[in-house]
Design a binder for this molecule. Structure first.
Ligand SMILES: NC(=O)c1ccc[n+]([C@@H]2O[C@H](COP(=O)([O-])OP(=O)(O)OC[C@H]3O[C@@H](n4cnc5c(N)ncnc54)[C@H](OP(=O)(O)O)[C@@H]3O)[C@@H](O)[C@H]2O)c1
Length: 332
């Protein structure tokens, strides 16, 4: 290990390679992908007046010292009262990260749900994404300000470039420069990208430096594991967030996952989410149902055996579910 990791757990900063404080079940350091996983125990609804941060599940910290929660809530396709209910229920259950995007058309409802939840803003991690129409240097920051106003916040925690510019119309260096400038302006605490292949990541890194890029969000589930991209990203000290970890429900039908679920007494969704988190990936499953939101959150408590991890690893068949024409770069 080149240097001792510095971790923030439940608001306590600590250094070391083993359980840092009583009650922390484990701390894993995966040197190969520069990720540090730590788990904090409490997962029930916090007692009145307790520190909300104490139930912020576990955090991934990369070598660039950017912390992102390993577990959060997705909001793609959810609109109106449905998204308000999903976000409010999730926050009540203990979720602390909400992922939205300009194109989802639900930033205002997400902002409303957060405001009505009673969870202080500084205990939350809010991610949004810049749509392709707003990538030009003279549009990006203004569009992010509109997002902030809809989300009722002065700053988001993470802003991602949602997709690279179609046909390269806006050069990577231009939108990454504009995103970095928006960060300098204080509109976003962290910046990152989404749906970039290795060549595009290299361009983004050349533009602003790997240190500046906190996270890369990509389609990743048992039947599309995107290994080359994850390896490259990890080697740069950048987090990977898996989107559609459940394959929009498809992963739950995999016989191997169902068998592991039966054998461990977990649900197929918990097994799938635990598999991804155990690989050092952050996850952002969405759900409109309280029971699913609650049981998905409990995936952070599940530890899979190495042989079960290997059985899920073997399900990779490059099956891409998200491939919008004219927008999606080819995966490596
Ligand atoms: N960056 C990008 O380009 C991009 C693209 C796609 C998605 N995303 C982000 O990633 C998030 C996750 O992806 P996703 O929402 O498309 O798909 P997902 O999380 O893989 O799957 C959501 C689907 O799974 C079902 N589900 C959830 N928990 C379940 C459980 N315990 N048992 C059975 N079914 C369950 C949900 O139905 P119920 O409502 O019935 O529970 C919903 O139909 C999105 O919401 C979005 O924030 C980003």
């Amino acid at each position: 290990m080149g240097r001792a990791p510095s971790l923030a757990i439940g608001g306590v900063r600590a250094r070391g390679t083993r359980p840092l404080e009583e009650g922390v079940p484990f701390l894993e350091i995966d040197e190969s992908n520069s990720k540090i996983l730590c788990r904090v125990p409490a997962f029930s609804k916090p007692a009145e007046g307790s520190d909300w941060r104490a139930v912020t599940e576990f955090t991934l910290q990369n070598m660039n010292n950017a912390n992102i929660p390993a577990f959060g809530l997705g909001s793609f396709r959810l609109k109106g009262q449905t998204v308000i209910d999903s976000v409010k229920t999730a926050l009540e259950l203990g979720y602390r990260l909400v992922d939205t995007a300009q194109i989802y058309g639900n930033e205002a409802e997400v902002g409303q749900a957060i405001a009505e939840s009673g969870v202080p803003r500084d205990k939350l991690f809010v991610t949004t994404k810049i749509w392709t129409e707003n990538l030009a240097a003279d549009k990006l920051a203004a569009s992010l300000k509109t997002s902030l106003s809809k989300l009722r916040t002065g700053q988001v925690d993470l802003t991602l470039i949602h997709w690279p510019s179609p046909g390269g119309a806006v050069p990577v260096a231009e939108f990454m420069g504009a995103l970095a400038a928006a960060q300098d302006e204080g509109l976003t605490r962290l910046i990152g990208v989404s749906n970039f292949n290795i060549a595009l990541l290299q361009e983004a890194i050349a533009a602003v430096g790997a240190q500046r890029i906190a996270s890369h969000q990509i389609e990743l589930h048992p039947s599309l594991q995107n290994r080359k991209v994850v390896e490259f990203t990890s080697a740069q000290g950048i987090h990977t967030t898996s989107y559609m970890t459940l394959g929009y429900g498809k992963a739950l039908q995999e016989p191997v996952i169902q068998a592991i679920a039966a054998q461990t007494g977990a649900t197929p969704a918990q097994v799938t989410l635990a598999w991804a988190m155990q690989k050092g990936l952050a996850v952002i499953p969405s759900s409109t149902k309280r029971a699913n939101l609650q049981s998905n959150l409990a995936a952070t408590q599940l530890k899979l055996q190495p042989e079960d991890m290997a059985r899920i690893d073997a399900l990779d068949r490059g099956e891409r579910l998200v491939n919008p024409e004219g927008l999606a770069p080819r995966w490596d």
